[in-house]
Design a binder for this molecule. Structure first.
Ligand SMILES: C[S@@+](CC[C@H](N)C(=O)[O-])C[C@H]1O[C@@H](n2cnc3c(N)ncnc32)[C@H](O)[C@@H]1O
Length: 284
């Protein structure tokens, strides 16, 4: 079939070229997602429509999205959504876009819960952002546990609340720093706190909130503070599972052993074999 000027296919090529020039790592996929958003089309509908012309209003919308993406806006902020642990999360510029490696935090939490006695546990997700970790654990366990999710950012908690409602998760949100909002001990502490140094700012993350990324001059201050206060709030058979920068793994092991000399303290690796998760277990 003869291609029409300004067709879906033409726009897809235009977008891919534009985003490649702008330095996107996945220009073809990004262009496809943005064109689907502009057209309100599924993947199949988009490919069925490749030879057909696009309405000027949709072309305009698509080019606005391309401008945003070429300017460094994450795809998830443009679409307003990101999938995490099989669930659709609302995201905006007030929250970190949940990362695939953080799914392991959920995975390890579920593994730990399976090894327990089956009674409902008290769990805290510190620095919940979009609520991805807390809500995923709640949904994967049939809302069987008491899950508290905290953040210092009220804007982030607003997004997390939207996700909790949309996904029907049982999670209680509290505003405040680290473990300060707690009034009773917990059995499991989960956290993907900010862990970057200010000099680690780079293209691709500059539109995400600083409060979600940076932690003091060494990037480790929040994790260190959390580990220091955790013994007081963790039940006698509880565990702490934290995501961090693999470059901090030695520091994290040391801080973990100092805070919990009686517990099992170990790092677990991500898919690339990097030691990204600290696991402290008082009852391994
Ligand atoms: C790296 S983001 C992670 C968000 C979410 N847990 C995820 O994995 O997608 C860190 C979050 O910690 C929050 N935060 C920063 N400082 C905090 C503090 N002192 N206490 C609690 N939360 C904090 C930020 O607002 C941000 O939402």
């Amino acid at each position: 079939m003869k291609r029409t000027a300004g067709s879906v296919s033409d726009l897809l090529n235009e977008g891919t070229t534009r985003l490649k020039q702008a330095g996107s790592e996945s220009p073809g996929l990004d262009a496809e997602i943005l064109l689907r958003l502009a057209l309100g089309a599924t993947r199949v509908q988009l490919f069925d429509a490749l030879p057909y012309p696009v309405k000027p209003s949709a072309s305009r919308r698509f080019r606005e999205y391309l401008d945003q993406r070429a300017g460094g806006t994450p795809i998830a902020y443009i679409t307003g959504h990101r999938e995490f642990y099989g669930h659709d999360f609302i995201v905006n510029e007030n929250v970190l876009v949940p990362r695939p490696e953080t799914e392991f935090l959920v995975e390890f939490a579920l593994e730990w819960l399976k090894r327990q006695d089956g009674s409902p546990k008290r769990i805290i997700d510190v620095g919940t952002g979009s609520g991805a970790v807390a809500i995923s654990v709640a949904l994967e366990t049939g809302n069987a546990h008491t899950i508290i999710a905290t953040d210092v950012s009220e804007e982030a908690l607003t997004v997390a609340q939207l996700n909790k409602d949309a996904l029907r998760a049982k999670v209680e949100f509290k505003s405040g720093s680290l473990l300060e909002p707690l009034t009773e001990p917990v059995d499991l502490i989960l956290a993907n706190l900010p862990y970057l140094r200010p000099d680690q700012k780079h293209a691709g993350i500059e539109q995400e909130p600083d409060i979600a990324l940076y932690a003091g001059e060494d990037g480790f201050s929040l994790i260190a503070d959390l580990l220091q206060t955790a013994p007081e709030w963790l039940s006698e058979t509880g565990a702490v599972i934290l995501e961090l920068d693999p470059a901090q793994s030695e520091m994290a092991l040391e801080a973990g052993r100092r805070a919990f000399p009686e517990a099992s303290v170990a790092m677990r690796a991500d898919l690339a074999g990097m030691h990204r998760y600290l696991v402290v277990d008082r009852n391994p």
